[in-house]
Design a binder for this molecule. Structure first.
Ligand code: HEM
Length: 506
């Protein structure tokens, strides 16, 4: 009898205890690195049981990387819940990873961001291997066809710049959060290229989609959450805003990208000359489908490419323009110097064009210095598909590599006073532009920004026109200027600030 009672009491406890031990053992094996003990890059601190170095990714990741680098050197390892992460600093090391070892560092990790984008091996951002190669080549060739880097694209940007200037002039010097106007302006350029349509800045549907698109970078949860996203998603409520983030991207995916692809498909007659990116892709897709070679071109890839272009092409350009204005608030001398240069070489009776840029060297130096100091895309990530050696260390297969572009842009051995805004560093004694290899705002290697040529035109034309027409003044001249420390999400943007744009009396 007593034996039966004891059995009834102890068997469930024994089973529960055994299950717990097995669970702990499973978690322990899952959160240990496979290659620990071999010649992998050093850790900046001992790993905590189970969590590894996850907590070191909390807070300002870039600041955290700075002290870890001081402890462990330019290339160090982290254990993020069992995922081996190698963090790489310095221009030469970044080049070695992305150029010398390009064959094994081409793919981005499949993490929460690619799942949220609904791009598991689709589109451009998250596609891999042969699919990425074909999507990238087709995107590049369509963008080139539409004149990216040539006149047609310049015309589209110049037309949008005029609407943008009118909107700014309409503010009559009242303080404004500039990003609320630069964002729809640059988003419109992607829209007119992708779907052949632009929208009114106040159009509700357009604003919702643009905000959804910006949310991908700006509302992204902290990086350390990415690897445990599946767990956080199961919890009630919305920890770290993951569900809200997903909902926005799903809205963009379904109600803009997919919707617009169907709309263009319905409107386009067979054999008609394509007038926008979607029509050109569909034409190429149909052509290849009839050919003998297998093709990855299909509609799900097209929908994702439109999303990649919107997401990657809106927040980045708009934020760079906002950084430039913020630096000029801190350095009023710079904006006067740019204005004088424009006055001397272009005048004030017509808007500056791309062909003027070869004479607007100081403005070019200001744009380069803005891109160096703000590092809008501060970090790139890759998954390692085969082991390689870097700086004498083993970078094992299946590890992830994080490349810190800020370390290239603010390297004290390369740039004098790297934290200072000093456009003159890009000019020689004769005022000629100096090429600096270590400036890589569009990335390095085969996966560099596919929209670089368009982004350059946008920055040149938007900023030249703004400097020509307006003086940038602080919201309150008696108050402290807005801070220069960036807010890190997947991009690095200024804390929201307001500026007054006073029309120059010409
Ligand atoms: C100032 C503006 C811009 C900056 C600073 C910028 C920067 C970057 C960077 C750093 C990358 C990642 C490179 C890497 O992973 O190593 C990237 C990728 C990308 N960018 Fe941009 N970008 C800008 C504008 C644009 C525009 C206007 C478009 C669209 C037309 C665009 C489309 C893309 C796409 C689709 C990718 C992914 C390419 C791939 O994985 O093959 N970007 N960009």
């Amino acid at each position: 009898m007593l034996f039966d009672v004891l059995c009834a009491m102890f068997i469930p406890w024994t089973l529960a205890g055994t299950a717990l031990v097995l669970l702990v053992y499973y978690a322990w094996t899952k959160t240990r690195l496979k290659y620990e003990g071999s010649n992998i890059p050093p850790f900046p601190a001992p790993a905590k049981p189970f969590l590894g170095h996850t907590m070191l990714m909390k807070g300002d990741v870039l600041e955290n990387f700075d002290w870890m680098r001081k402890k462990a050197g330019d290339i160090f390892s982290l254990n993020i819940l069992g995922q081996h992460l190698v963090v790489v600093h310095g221009y030469e090391n970044i080049r070695e990873v992305l150029v010398t070892h390009a064959e094994v560092t081409l793919d981005r990790p499949v993490d929460m961001s690619s799942q949220v984008l609904r791009e598991e091996n689709h589109g451009l951002f998250s596609s891999r291997g042969a699919n990425w190669k074909e999507q990238r080549a087709v995107t590049h060739s369509i963008l080139r066809e539409f004149g990216m880097g040539k006149n047609l694209m310049e015309e589209k940007v110049a037309a949008e710049v005029q609407v943008f200037l009118k909107t700014l002039a309409g503010l009559d010097g009242k303080p404004v959060d500039l990003s609320s106007i630069t964002s729809p302006a640059v988003c419109n350029i992607i829209c007119s290229m992708a779907i052949g349509e632009r929208f009114d800045y106040n159009d509700e549907y357009f604003r919702r989609m643009m905000e959804n698109s910006n949310a991908f970078f700006v509302n992204a949860p902290p990086v350390w959450v990415f690897n445990a996203a599946a767990f956080f998603r199961m919890l009630p409520g919305d920890m770290f805003g993951i569900k809200e983030w997903e909902a926005r991207i799903t809205d963009l995916h379904t109600n803009f990208c997919k919707f617009q692809v169907n709309k263009v498909k319905e409107k386009t007659e067979e054999g008609e000359e394509p007038k926008n990116f979607i029509a050109a892709y569909l034409q190429e897709m149909n052509k290849r489908a009839k050919g003998e070679k297998a093709t990855f071109l299909d509609e799900p890839n097209l929908v994702s490419i439109i999303k990649s272009l919107l997401v990657a092409g809106t927040e980045t350009s708009s934020t760079t323009i906002n950084w430039c204005v913020l630096y000029c608030l801190h350095h009023p001398r710079v904006q006067e110097k740019v204005f004088e240069e424009i006055q001397a070489h272009v005048g004030t009776s017509r808007p500056p064009s791309i062909s003027d840029m070869s004479k607007l060297r100081y403005l070019t130096a200001v744009i380069r210095e803005t891109q160096r100091l703000c590092s809008v895309g501060p970090i790139s990530a890759r998954v390692v598909t085969d082991s390689f050696q870097l700086g004498g260390f083993l970078i094992p297969k299946d590890s992830q590599v994080m490349l810190n572009y800020v370390s290239a842009h603010q390297d004290e051995d390369v740039w004098e006073n790297p934290k200072e805004f000093y456009p003159e560093r890009f000019l020689d004694a004769d005022g000629e532009l100096v090429k600096r290899n270590e400036l890589v705002p569009y990335g390095v290697g085969r996966r560099v920004c596919v929209g670089e040529a368009l982004a350059r035109i946008e920055l040149d034309l938007f900023l030249a026109a703004m400097f020509q027409k307006f003086q940038f003044k602080p919201e309150d001249p008696t108050a402290e200027l807005p801070p220069l420390k960036g807010y890190l999400s997947l991009t690095l943007s200024p804390e929201p600030f307001k500026v007054r744009l006073l029309e120059r009396k010409l």
